[in-house]
Design a protein around this ligand. Sequence first.
Ligand code: SF4
Ligand code: SF4
Length: 163
Amino acid sequence: MKKLLIDLDLYTEYKDKDLGCSYFYHSDNKGVRSLLELATYAIVCRKCELEACVTSCPNEALEKRDDKILERYNMRCTSCKSCSHACPFGVIYTEMMTYLMPRCDLCLDKLMDGEEPACIKGSAEGVLMYGDFKEDEAKKIYAVSDNILVKAERWERNGVKSK
Ligand code: SF4
Ligand code: SF4
């Protein structure tokens, strides 16, 4: 099954200014930012025991789940970016914490027509790819959902992986 692969390091370099998105509920949607948030919490967040990001939030919009992965509640988040500034490791990109929550539906309509997701077209080479990719630890490629893979440096503490 084909999957979307995001290279987090390249994304940081090129950002998403030229990426399109077919999601129709709001025209400024950059669905890839929701994927970036998913990937960041799962792979590069240090899973702090005293989470500065959570305690800095004035709206209790960030919580750590039982599996230690952060979750943001968009009905409470006001996009103040306090969490971005509070994180001592700088893993929460400010552009990720949008007020209007971006959504990615993987361009299901396009996939059904045999096309690629819209964001692939505007992506600088290697930032976003769509194809027969698989989880591969040696290549630093990790699955964050059934259809999304992330290439990133995964953080580990004393041999304990962050995912
Ligand atoms: S950006 Fe959202 S989650 Fe982060 S501190 Fe502000 S309200 Fe909380
Ligand atoms: S986002 Fe930053 S402060 Fe929050 S748990 Fe992750 S590494 Fe720690």
